[in-house]
Design a protein. Structure first.
Length: 229
């Protein structure tokens, strides 16, 4: 009996190792190429694809204690998607909490009075290899002229733009969102409600006041991702 139990235990452990080793990136969204421009009008703008704004697909993959979110585009300039004036947003929901990634291929730190201390810590810093932020949305009244509640920055993440593959990857430690294996990452809504921006490229000025007319290209996260054990 002990031999049978030992054998069953070994088989279970091996199965777990095979599962982890055989895990592959999971495609969670796809989007047709050639449609970047004025998303609300369904009008493509020449050059928007070459500027690195034409979304094609996105994957999520677990690598040890991290999740890697990779976003692929139809094309991308050598420096990555056009910097500073444009921002990529991806809203996700984890265990009922709303988060979003905010990504730029380059960034010059400047004061942000609406973000309190989080808006001051980067003043004077220059990020030429990309800036990758994780923000959390708390249900609160809009501030000033902003049309949506504020997302608060909770972490600056590692990431990389890879123009050769027209993609970028954001590395999210599981501990940052307190997500354990078995939890599901789904499409967020939060302040994106009322627009098509669950996953989108927008001008930077529209980051906090999204409207359908400010979206350059967007995609829909059609497949949830269950964090593997």
């Amino acid at each position: 009996m002990k031999q049978i139990l030992s054998l069953a235990l070994c088989v279970g452990l091996l199965a777990g190792l095979v599962t982890d080793a055989g895990a592959k990136p999971k495609t969670v969204f796809e989007d047709p190429s050639g449609d970047a421009g004025v998303a609300s009008q369904g009008a493509a703008v020449p050059g928007a694809d070459q500027a690195g704004f034409d979304l094609v697909s996105g994957t999520i993959d677990r690598k040890g204690k991290n999740l890697e979110f990779t976003v692929t585009h139809a094309a991308m300039p050598p420096s990555g998607s056009l910097p500073e004036g444009f921002r990529f947003l991806w809203h996700i929901n984890v265990a009922g909490k709303e988060y979003r990634f905010s990504v730029k291929s380059a960034d010059i730190g400047k004061p942000d009075p609406l973000s309190g201390p989080n808006g001051e810590e980067r003043v004077g810093q220059i990020y030429l290899d990309g800036q990758f932020r994780l923000e959390i949305w708390e249900d609160q009244p809009p501030i000033g002229v902003l049309t949506t509640p504020i997302y608060e920055t909770i972490a600056y993440l590692d990431g990389v733009f890879d123009p050769a593959s027209a993609s970028f990857t954001v590395i999210l430690p599981l501990k940052t969102i307190k997500a354990k294996p078995g939890k599901t990452i789904g499409a967020g809504t939060g302040a994106a409600a009322g627009t098509s921006c669950v996953i989108c490229w927008v001008p930077q000025y529209a980051e906090r006041s999204l409207t359908p007319h400010s979206i350059i290209d967007f995609a829909t996260m059609t497949t949830p991702y269950k964090i593997p054990r």
